[in-house]
Design a binder for this molecule. Structure first.
Ligand SMILES: NC(=O)c1ccc[n+]([C@@H]2O[C@H](COP(=O)([O-])OP(=O)(O)OC[C@H]3O[C@@H](n4cnc5c(N)ncnc54)[C@H](OP(=O)(O)O)[C@@H]3O)[C@@H](O)[C@H]2O)c1
Length: 337
């Protein structure tokens, strides 16, 4: 075991885009587990838009990371020392941890990955830890898509969005995705089976959406908020549903963000707009993992993982989520399993 622990700490709350001075990368000693704890070594670190939320003091669903504290993250690692009866050396675990080579875990924060069946550990971590269940519960519980309906999703070539569109297809819906490059649009149409893709950076979004959704929109799975939400609201059908998953277009905002211009459509079309947080579905994770695992094994859901090597690259890499430079699930690889 190397003698030092490399660790990212939050030093400054970001204002606007994430900048190089918000986190520091330092070397510290490796912590020792107490009774009931175990020490694990990081294999993969998930990078998520919520990292930006946790860095800030904006209204959020769990406490922000304290200044000078280790940066919080979703992690996959290998137990190297255990003082907990249910955790053994060599066991692969995943859960909520920090951006550090070595860290302490307890059953409250980190759990064994278990047998991932035909799905590789990397795909299981990238898909089952957060984004797959988010897409699954968000679309099925809140979107309630029915065969023949039109489902629109934003950030459609991202980790959550790419899975939402594929589940919509499995449910017999028309799937329409918005993404920020032609390459992303081609991928979701040609490889993932979306019926239509709109490059929101280059196309007239209201016109392109109207053309792609000739029967209107029944479900808009919102990952971004802002102008795309507004354009979708305008096309929503009677009793349409908007699962509000995230608002990435405004996480870096420095000024108050105006509400949607087409807000009145919620009344006129009797829409249901409902926010959700995937953590609330912890008890039902096995259901999502079983369904997603089966669809992946059957080739009905394809997942794409963008893996960058080196914990030292975590800060520069997390910025990709906000410039659209990632395609699929963004992760850092630290140490081979
Ligand atoms: N509610 C929950 O429990 C939960 C759980 C996980 C994730 N989320 C939310 O789900 C959303 C997607 O997360 P993810 O992990 O799957 O990330 P992701 O989609 O893999 O990556 C983020 C993508 O957002 C797009 N984007 C960035 N800035 C944008 C802007 N200003 N306008 C429109 N699109 C923009 C970019 O793609 P383009 O090139 O297409 O712009 C970027 O690739 C986020 O809002 C996140 O906070 C919510």
């Amino acid at each position: 075991m190397s003698e030092v622990n490399r660790i990212w700490r939050l030093r400054k709350r970001p204002v606007g885009d994430i900048t190089d001075d918000v986190l520091s990368f330092e070397e510290e000693s490796i912590p020792e587990p107490s009774d009931g704890e175990f020490l694990f070594r990081l294999n993969y670190l998930s990078l998520d838009p919520t990292n930006r939320i946790w860095m800030s003091e904006m209204d959020q669903y769990m406490p922000p990371v304290d200044l000078d504290a280790p940066m919080r993250g979703v992690v996959c690692g290998t137990v190297v020392k255990s003082r907990h009866p249910n955790y053994n050396e060599g066991q692969i675990v995943s859960g909520l941890g920090v951006w550090a080579d070595y860290q302490l875990g307890t059953p409250e924060t980190v759990n064994p990955m278990g047998d991932t069946g035909p799905v590789s550990v990397v795909d299981a971590f990238s898909t089952f830890a957060v984004v797959g269940p988010t897409a699954y519960f968000g679309l099925l519980d809140f979107g309630e898509p029915k065969e023949g309906e039109t489902v629109v999703v934003s950030a459609a070539a991202g980790a959550v969005g790419s899975i939402v569109g594929q589940i919509a297809k499995i449910r017999g819906c028309r799937a329409v995705g918005l993404a920020g490059t032609n390459e992303k649009c081609t991928w979701i149409k040609d490889e993932l089976g979306f019926d239509a893709a709109i490059n929101y950076q280059t196309e007239d979004v209201p016109a392109a959406l109207a053309a792609a959704c000739p029967d209107g929109i029944d479900v808009y799975f919102d990952n971004v908020g802002g102008a795309i939400l507004d354009a979708c609201l305008k096309l929503m059908n009677f009793k349409g549903r908007i699962p509000t998953c995230g608002l990435i277009s405004q996480y870096n905002a420095t000024e108050p963000v105006p509400g949607p211009y087409n807000y009145g459509m919620i009344v006129m079309q009797r829409l249901r707009v409902e926010g959700f947080i995937v953590l609330d579905f912890a008890e039902r994770y096995p259901e999502a993992i079983a369904a997603l695992g089966q669809w992946m094994a059957e080739g009905k859901i394809k997942v794409r993982t963008e893996i960058v090597d080196g914990l030292e690259n975590a800060l520069r890499t997390v910025k990709k989520l906000f410039t659209g430079a990632n395609m699929g699930k963004l992760m850092i690889h630290v140490k081979n399993i």
